[in-house]
Each structure stands twice: as structure tokens, then as C-alpha cells.
Design a binder for this molecule. Structure first.
Ligand code: ZN
Ligand code: ZN
Length: 173
């Protein structure tokens, strides 16, 4: 995920970075996720723009995770436009506000741009707080424990007392 500025030159380079399961595990250990079958790719172009380097691309693919409502697998589709500005700096750890433009500049040193940390940030930003297997997932019934996507139940609609009564009524029949 590293690019040397001497390779970028004045022409710029096409970039295509695959996010692997191993990378995701190492870089985002807090995420219990892996790339879906099609994988995740950052594709775009890295070009020189004056003293800076501009990356324009798209982070696309899918992440496999777990639905927060029904706990079944859920796939998060990613299609995130990414625009990043890099600038060489002898002391890249010093954060400086770019006063001309209000955009964030990412500093690098020794002529090497590493897009890895930026991919991690973009991924984390793109994730919803509570991933769902589908928008209208019915979730798990807190009363009977059924996955309501597969086994609709009417527990929630009835007060607890009436449920018991209904069960008794069935038994008598
Ligand atoms: Zn679900
Ligand atoms: Zn139920």
C-alpha cells in the first residue's frame, strides 16, 4: 500500500489496492469483519499537484459482518469516494493546518506515501453503527427467541398475560 513519489513522477499512477482479510485483521482488530467474496478494493489515481500529491479514487466492495438485530451474517456494501491530499514533510508527525485550503493534508516523509492508514480510516468512517442484514430486518423476538425474519411470531403484539391465556386456550382445545 506504499507508493514512491519517484514512481508517481509527473505522469501519476493508477492505483489498485486490495484489502485482504489478513490486513483487515491486523489493521482493524476491533472490527469483527472480513471482506465479502468480491473483496474490497481502493482503485483510483495518484497524481502530483504542485507540491502535493492527490489521490482520487473509490473504495468499493463488501464487508461481511453480523446483523445487530438477528445476529445472522450481513454484508455491508461499500462505495465510498475517496479524495486525499498528501504532502512531503521532513517531520511528518507535526500536524499543520493548511491555511489556504481547509482540507486535511496527510504528511509523509522519505518519498513514500502509505495509503494503508487512510484506507483504515475511510473504512471505519464508512461503517454504520449498527449493521443490518437488510433495512427492515425484524430481528430476534425477545420473548420466544425466534428469528422473526424466518419465523414470524406475534409475541410483541400481545401483553404477556394474554399470551399465557392464548396458550391455555389452545391446550383446552
Ligand atoms: Zn438481521
Ligand atoms: Zn416471539
Amino acid at each position: 500500500m506504499r507508493y514512491k513519489t519517484k514512481d508517481i513522477g509527473d505522469e501519476g499512477v493508477d492505483i489498485r489496492v486490495a484489502v485482504t482479510e489478513a490486513w483487515l485483521k491486523a489493521e482493524c482488530p476491533e472490527l469483527d469483519m472480513r471482506p465479502s467474496d468480491g473483496g474490497i478494493t481502493l482503485s483510483g489515481r495518484l497524481e502530483r499537484a504542485g507540491d502535493e500529491y492527490l489521490l482520487r479514487g473509490v473504495l468499493s466492495g463488501g464487508l461481511l459482518t453480523q446483523c445487530v438485530r438477528c445476529l445472522e451474517p450481513a454484508t455491508l456494501a461499500l462505495d465510498v469516494p475517496v479524495t486525499l491530499t498528501f504532502a512531503e514533510h521532513e517531520e511528518p508527525w507535526i500536524e499543520e493546518e493548511d491555511e489556504d485550503t481547509e482540507e486535511d493534508v496527510i504528511y509523509f516523509s522519505d518519498g513514500v506515501i502509505d495509503v494503508g492508514p487512510e484506507i483504515r480510516d475511510e473504512l471505519l468512517l464508512a461503517l454504520p453503527m449498527g449493521p443490518l442484514c437488510r433495512e427492515d430486518c425484524a430481528g430476534i423476538c425477545p420473548t420466544c427467541g425466534a428469528n422473526r425474519n424466518l419465523t414470524p411470531c406475534d409475541c410483541a403484539e400481545r401483553p404477556a398475560g394474554r399470551v399465557k391465556f392464548a396458550v391455555l386456550a389452545k391446550v383446552k382445545l
